[in-house]
Write a protein that binds this ligand. Structure first.
Ligand SMILES: Nc1nc2c(ncn2[C@@H]2O[C@H](COP(=O)(O)OP(=O)(O)OP(=O)(O)O)[C@@H](O)[C@H]2O)c(=O)[nH]1
Ligand SMILES: [Mg+2]
Length: 225
């Protein structure tokens, strides 16, 4: 009797991600998967970014990934945009958002009235990097408090992403971090990776981040069509 061997454990996940991709394409939604360690500042950045995009006439929505709690969704609620909470705890407590969570979340969003969808992934610098969700762009956020060595220790995340946001730049004067070493470590792992310094506290770099979002291939076209 032949013993079946699973050849690609990601096969099913990728198949669902491709379905998500088709839904995004059909509805012309640009999707950004925002990833980082716990506490790097993902939610705070969204709190600063979405009002600017809304002012520019871009209709945003957020899928909030977390193991448990609706704390981040509650913080974003005053923005008045559609938000779906995707908690993994009732389904085993995965440490990343899976493509099936995105598929299920889409049932709660009217994609015909959304142009830019952010997925705030679960705080984790390792596992989320492994999974394609159907997004257009993967963005990693690394706060200056985390240390110069993180790109070397968690390389997959920095290899997979299209942009690295170096956050909490307002704290630089209070830290021992050598920013040139951090930049050089990012470059060692992925010399093509764009880097933007941001501070959600002072607003530094937010306009550069918005420009990056707006200039991404296909993004502007989809929004302006
Ligand atoms: N000084 C400073 N603090 C910041 C900045 N951005 C976020 N913080 C603080 O960092 C802490 C964590 O921020 P969050 O936005 O909750 O981080 P997160 O990445 O969403 O966290 P998880 O969702 O738990 O992974 C909060 O106390 C924020 O106020 C920043 O630019 N500068
Ligand atoms: Mg958060």
């Amino acid at each position: 009797m032949e013993i079946p061997v699973i050849r690609d454990v990601l096969e099913e996940s990728n198949a669902i991600a491709r379905e998500n991709r088709a839904v995004f394409d059909r509805n012309r939604v640009f999707v950004v998967n925002l990833m980082s360690s716990p506490g790097s500042g993902k939610t705070t950045l969204l709190q600063k970014t979405i009002p600017v995009l809304t002012e520019l006439g871009i209709k945003c929505a957020v899928i909030e990934g977390d193991i448990t709690s609706t704390l981040d969704s509650e913080r974003l609620k005053p923005l008045g945009i559609p938000i779906v909470q995707a908690n993994t705890e009732p389904f085993g407590g995965d440490c990343h958002v899976g493509s099936h969570f995105i598929k299920a979340s889409l049932e709660h969003l009217d994609l015909t009235s959304i142009q830019l969808l952010f997925i705030e992934n679960i705080g984790n610098l390792v596992c989320p990097a492994e999974f394609y969700l159907g997004e257009d762009r993967k963005v990693v956020m690394l706060s200056l408090t985390e240390g110069e060595d993180k790109p070397l220790k968690y390389p997959l995340m920095f290899r997979e992403c299209h942009l690295c946001l170096l956050s909490k730049v307002d704290l630089a004067p209070h830290l021992d971090i050598d920013i040139s070493v951090l930049e050089s470590n990012i470059c060692k792992i992925n010399s093509q990776l764009n880097v933007i310094f941001v501070s959600a506290k002072t607003g530094e770099g937010i306009s550069t981040w918005i420009d990056w979002l707006m200039n991404q291939k296909g993004n502007l076209n989809r929004i302006e069509d």
